[in-house]
Ligand binder design. Sequence first.
Ligand code: SF4
Length: 96
Amino acid sequence: MSTPESCDPEPGKLIPVVDHARCEAKRDCVEVCPYDVFEVRRIDDADFAALSWLGKLRSVVHGRRTAYTPRAADCHACGLCVTSCPERAIKLKRAG
Ligand code: SF4
């Protein structure tokens, strides 16, 4: 995949944060990220426990799968994941 012009040349200043209560594991973030930051997998027990009852219900309906950011330090802040997420579940936040 080619690198978008909006990319920051230096990685890791901003990192994507996924709202697990909103994420429906549709994988758009996995598909669009030029730096392979995301993976979609089963939600961790602690993250599931932290959800509201409505969030738990949504998670179960979607197979308890959600997006994680194992390579967040590689984020170049292009914003593609933010705009591609149909559930508006991703925000970029300053790292550290
Ligand atoms: S903003 Fe999102 S799509 Fe762009 S590099 Fe960072 S994690 Fe990947």
